[in-house]
Design a protein around this ligand. Structure first.
Ligand code: HEC
Length: 185
């Protein structure tokens, strides 16, 4: 009986670090400190789980997800960054230049949103993981420069990507729920 208990306990101890090790570490953009995502909202959707493990955003260029991301961007970010990221008191988010080069990866962009940066750029962790990924997808969608510089896109996405027309901004119409495409995650 006792031996069984010990066995069960050690099995639990062995499996726990394995789960933790599958997740990436996320760091604050300015201080480099690890961000605490243990109580993060919206961390349990397939897209959020996939992102926390790989840093890959499965909502990139998924139309129904872009529509939601745009709404959240308009509510939480556009006041400082402009309607389509053209820049206001906050820097432009629609070109191939970033103050913090890591924002050219979705993991880096997430870290900057989650933990904030300097001055007026406060933390936006209240959005939760899943919603942040939709906002990131929308930010990537209104990118207006050369797709070759879009390090956040896969080769296939680069080949199909149309730079955003910032002079004539258009929304993406949603036709249903935001879902991860079949065969992903
Ligand atoms: C109150 C104004 C304000 C709001 C709201 C705001 N930002 Fe910012 N943001 C700034 C400022 C100012 C900076 C420049 C900070 C710095 O350089 O450290 C910045 C910087 C950034 C950067 C770094 C850009 C670069 O060039 O590396 C990103 C990415 C960013 N913001 C994304 C967002 C997103 C996404 C939202 C909405 C969830 C948001 N911000 C909301 C003011 C704001």
């Amino acid at each position: 009986m006792r031996a069984l208990k010990v066995l069960a306990l050690s099995a639990a101890l062995v499996s726990m670090p394995l789960i933790a090790a599958a997740e990436l570490t996320f760091n604050h953009t300015i201080t480099g400190e690890a961000l605490d995502l243990s109580d993060a909202e919206g961390a349990d959707t397939p897209a959020a789980q996939h992102f926390l493990e790989t840093g890959e955003n499965l909502y990139t260029e998924v139309p129904n997800c872009l529509a939601e991301g745009e709404q959240t961007f308009l509510a939480s970010c556009s006041g400082c960054h402009g309607h389509v990221g053209e820049g206001k008191i906050g820097p432009g988010l629609n070109d191939d230049y970033y103050t913090y080069p890591k924002n050219k990866t979705d993991k880096g962009l997430f870290e900057t949103m989650w933990g904030g940066a300097r001055s007026m750029m406060g933390p936006h962790s209240d959005l939760g993981v899943d919603e942040s990924l939709k906002v990131i997808a929308w930010i990537r969608h209104f990118y207006k420069d050369d797709p070759a510089e879009a390090t956040w896109l896969t080769e296939e996405q680069k080949a199909n990507f149309e730079p955003y027309d910032a002079e004539h901004p258009t929304s993406v119409e949603a036709t249903g729920e935001c879902k991860v495409p079949e065969g992903k995650s």
